[in-house]
Design a protein around this ligand. Structure first.
Ligand SMILES: Nc1ncnc2c1ncn2[C@@H]1O[C@H](COP(=O)(O)OP(=O)(O)OP(=O)(O)O)[C@@H](O)[C@H]1O
Ligand SMILES: [Mg+2]
Length: 323
């Protein structure tokens, strides 16, 4: 139904491929989770299946068609067999619920009779009977995603692609949408869903394909979410004083600068000492009542900041245009 053969996708102007040597096959009727950290290549996979993009090398075949040899003019017809839903719903804001679902049917030339029958059926399937005349902004997020799912299903596609369909929804609404997707799959539609929802993946125990930096690192028939190390964890923030923050910044700055600093050789130290000894002692600008005694400094013992010239003497130096 969907086959990736050694697929590599390299976007223009990027060093690392978004997908590298990806190989898998999805059979009719399967429910497959596509998981992996942000940037691991999930959406890139889905875009290749929709023929929104083509692989740099390798082959993608969907519903028995090699997408590389699919002529551009045939792409809209090909896409009728694939429904897709996204995190941000992508509804037409100036059209009613009915019109949103009917739109793709109308542009692909379906008869009025078919539209009048298929749209209410699709809306009933997702539990939105009676809301045909609402505008998208008059619906909750979960209801908007149901409209998007109805729109994706109205052509009775064999495959439904879902790219983080619950990403913008609260947990309870997300469960509803997951149950709806599971029901759609039970009706025979193949579902491929990219998600970060570890709990759903663990609970459903369906096939899991995991990507890491564009490479497929796992393909498990009844899998869980797996590696959670990339899911950010909230940790209690330690209060830091402004002084501690400033000190840290200063240390980091010195570390950055010393990375390019050559180690001091004995010759360099000797010439620095000679230069210092040759200078006449500076006269204080105003007479001091208490003489300040400066200890003799061995250059080898100077702190990093002094060696870099970051000491107070340079404070007045302009570092660049100020306006
Ligand atoms: N059009 C593009 N041009 C250049 N680089 C891109 C493009 N689209 C994606 N990428 C890069 O390809 C890699 C994979 O991106 P992709 O969107 O497939 O990841 P993802 O797994 O869907 O991430 P997320 O979980 O954040 O949605 C990333 O490094 C991304 O920056
Ligand atoms: Mg994505």
């Amino acid at each position: 139904m969907i086959r990736f053969e050694n697929v590599t996708k390299r976007y223009r102007g990027t060093k690392r491929p978004a997908l590298a040597g990806v190989d898998f096959e999805v059979q009719r009727g399967e429910f497959v989770f596509l998981v992996g950290a942000s940037g691991s290549g999930k959406s890139s996979c889905l875009r290749l299946i929709l023929r929104e993009d083509v692989p740099t090398t390798g082959r993608v075949a969907v519903l028995g068609r090699d997408l590389r040899s699919l002529a551009n003019r045939k792409v809209p017809y090909f896409r009728r067999h694939i429904g897709s839903v996204f995190q941000d719903f992508r509804l037409l804001s100036s059209k009613t619920v009915f019109q949103n679902v009917a739109f793709t049917l109308q542009v692909t030339g379906s008869s009025r009779g078919f539209v009048q029958q298929a749209v209410p059926e699709a809306l009933a399937l997702v539990g939105l009977e009676g809301k045909e005349k609402r505008m998208p902004h008059e619906l909750s997020g979960g209801e908007q995603q149901r409209v998007a799912i109805a729109r994706a299903l109205v052509n009775r596609p064999q495959v439904l692609l879902a790219d983080e369909p619950t990403g913008n929804l609260d947990p309870a609404t997300s469960v509803d949408i997951m149950q709806l997707l599971a029901r759609i799959n039970a009706g025979g539609t193949t579902v491929l869903m990219a998600t970060h929802e570890a709990a759903f993946v663990d609970q459903m125990q369906r096939r899991v394909i995991e990507l890491k930096n564009g490479e497929m690192v796992r393909d498990e028939t009844h899998g869980g979410y797996g590696d959670r190390s990339m899911i950010p964890q909230l940790a209690p923030e330690q209060e830091r004083g402004a002084a501690a923050t400033a000190a840290l910044t200063a240390v980091q700055e010195v570390q950055r600068q010393t990375e390019s600093l050559q180690p001091l050789t004995a010759d360099m130290i000797a010439s620095m000492k000679a230069a210092r000894d040759a200078q006449p002692p500076a006269e204080p600008a105003t007479p001091r009542t208490h003489p300040v005694l400066l200890p003799e400094v061995d250059v080898a013992e100077l702190g990093v900041a002094d060696r870099l010239g970051l000491s107070a003497a340079d404070d007045d130096e302009e570092v660049g245009p100020t306006s």
